[in-house]
Design a protein around this ligand. Structure first.
Ligand code: SR1
Ligand code: MG
Length: 402
């Protein structure tokens, strides 16, 4: 195995041509590094006919901070192995991994250049009706078939061990559940909402609920999560959507993946007053987001419940009362985790362009306050909200009250 070295475009090209024939022999290849994510290098290698592949390499540190934040390159293994497992369970909505190299911490994968990042699509006000049903299919299948409902005890535990991901989990543990609730140096707070940040730091009742969500994140290995289902990890086009970037994968609470996605749809909802100047267009887009949120939960819970009824291998877990309680608990967890996503994207280290791209400071502050207020309510009221219709009416009410 050759020693790890950071890829140049030439290295990435060689990696692509050595591990795939689709670019063709003797072709003239172009390669550019275009990664703009928080952690990795991402290269596109393309031949003269426009056929292309992606090479993703983990850097030994977090790209967004620099070498002062060292980070394991084993995350490339986690990412490749999660995507391979999820790809078997739901090939239509998982990016295809063609090759993984442990020594170089590099993955060769299909190029989704016919797609757009979901976050960009949402910011531009584009609508896709297949978004929720397809992502519900992805979440239900990947989460069910990696859980105790489908795997026997020894296999499940071997999987848990395979996906122990301490360094990346620690990032989530800190950025979601700790930093936003104290005056942490990593936080990034718009000056216009400092008062609201101080309120968060003083709110012990909220912090108690966040502690419960954190404790579950730490010790509820229900299924093999993607671990970072935000709208920058989803590619979409007119027919399909696909998940990428599974390096935060681990065995955790099912509601975390579902809630991260709901949280990102709601972040875009809260940002609408700053993104969309036409009131009619804005309210149409907000309705689309609520309709997709509703459909996401309806389809996810229907598919997951159907799988529990027909595919559960453990006879004790076949009990239908247990299964109903299980899905209701996933719902409460998802609402709580959606709330923590809303809060951490406003005051924590890693923001979202939905809010940060709003130029006018007062409007941006109002959108941020709306996201914080909604996030708090979701965390605090996750057990009172009994169904998706109640969640939607709470979101509507929150936006009216600000
Ligand atoms: C330092 S990493 C910051 C964020 O980017 C990733 O996509 C995760 O969401 C993480 O919290
Ligand atoms: Mg990512």
């Amino acid at each position: 195995m050759t020693a790890y070295q950071t890829f140049t475009p030439q290295d990435a090209t060689l990696f692509a041509t050595s591990n795939s024939t689709i670019l063709g022999e003797h072709s003239t290849l172009r390669c550019e590094e275009f990664g703009d994510g928080n952690l990795n290098l991402v290269f596109r290698v393309e031949n003269e006919k426009g056929i292309s592949l992606i090479v993703k390499q983990a850097l030994p540190y977090a790209r967004c901070v620099g070498e002062s934040w060292p980070l394991t390159i084993d995350r490339a293994r986690i990412e490749a192995e999660v995507l391979l497992i999820h790809g078997k369970l739901c090939p239509e909505h998982t990016v295809e991994v063609l090759h993984y190299d442990a020594g170089q911490a590099a993955i060769l994968m299909e190029d989704l250049k016919e797609y757009q990042i979901l976050r960009q699509a949402l910011i531009c006000g584009k609508t896709h009706l297949h978004l929720a049903p397809q992502l519900a299919t992805y979440l239900a299948n990947t989460l069910f078939y990696t859980s105790d409902f489908a795997l026997d005890g020894p296999h499940k535990k071997a999987r848990v061990a395979q996906f122990i991901n301490p360094e990346l989990c620690l990032i989530t543990e800190d950025l979601f559940f700790t930093d936003p609730y104290c005056n942490h140096e990593r936080n990034n707070i718009h000056a216009a909402i400092l008062n609201e940040a101080h309120e968060l730091w003083a709110d012990e009742t909220l912090q108690a609920e966040v502690a419960i969500l954190k404790a579950d994140f730490l010790s509820k290995p229900q299924a093999l999560l993607h671990g970072d289902v935000h709208s920058g990890s989803i590619f979409i086009n007119e027919e399909n959507c696909k998940l990428i970037d599974a390096e935060f994968g681990f065995y955790g609470p099912i509601g975390f993946d579902v809630g991260s996605l709901i949280g990102n749809l709601l972040l875009n909802y809260c940002a609408q007053p700053g993104l969309n100047t036409d009131p009619q267009h804005r309210s149409r887009h907000q309705e689309y987001l609520l309709q997709q949120t509703t459909r996401l939960w309806q389809d996810f819970s229907a598919i997951f419940s159907q799988l529990m009824q027909t595919e559960t291998t453990d006879s004790a877990l076949q009990n239908s009362i247990y299964q109903q309680r299980f899905i209701q608990q996933v719902f409460a967890d998802a609402i709580g985790y959606a709330g923590t996503e809303l809060i951490r994207r406003v005051v924590g280290l890693a923001h979202v362009a939905d809010l940060d791209s709003i130029k006018e400071s007062v409007i941006r502050a109002n959108c941020e306050k709306s996201a914080l207020a909604l996030g708090k309510q979701l965390v605090m009221q996750r057990y009172e909200i009994r169904n998706i219709e109640q969640l939607v009416s709470l979101v509507r009410h929150n936006s009216l009250s600000l």
